[in-house]
Write a protein that binds this ligand. Structure first.
Ligand SMILES: N=c1c2ncn([C@@H]3O[C@H](COP(=O)(O)OP(=O)(O)OP(=O)(O)O)[C@@H](O)[C@H]3O)c2ncn1[C@@H]1O[C@H](COP(=O)(O)O)[C@@H](O)[C@H]1O
Length: 93
């Protein structure tokens, strides 16, 4: 699981560096950090809606969207996944 997130984060970092024309990540980031942050909020709401009313396949799909957009926001903030994992580890009891 964490390996998938780490691999995706690496791809996102590469897209931010190279900003290829056909990349969704690059097109998202060109719209600005406020736009990316708003997308994270929208995707979170979509997870909630799916969980309450749309069934497990939708929850899985919307959760993937949320994780992807969160990783883009973290990358824009220069926050590594290791920092987030370390915080989770610190809280673990
Ligand atoms: N994991 C994802 C991923 N998850 C979701 N999405 C995109 O997020 C969008 C979410 O759908 P929405 O309806 O909310 O948004 P939209 O209307 O398409 O777009 P907006 O105009 O609202 O931004 C879809 O366009 C999805 O394609 C993703 N786009 C890319 N990736 C991965 O990110 C990496 C880099 O991708 P590129 O930047 O496209 O090369 C690759 O490994 C991709 O597989």
């Amino acid at each position: 699981m964490s390996e998938v997130l780490g691999d995706l984060y690496s791809v996102i970092q590469k897209r931010l560096k190279e900003m290829p024309e056909q990349s969704y990540t690059a097109s998202l980031v060109r719209k600005g950090k406020h736009y990316v942050a708003r997308k994270v909020g929208e995707e979170a709401v979509e997870v909630v809606t799916a969980s309450l009313a749309e069934g497990r396949e939708r929850v899985i799909s919307e959760s993937a969207d949320l994780l992807y957009h969160l990783l883009v926001l973290l990358a824009l903030d220069g926050i590594s996944l290791d920092e987030v994992y370390a915080e989770l580890r610190r809280r673990m009891r």
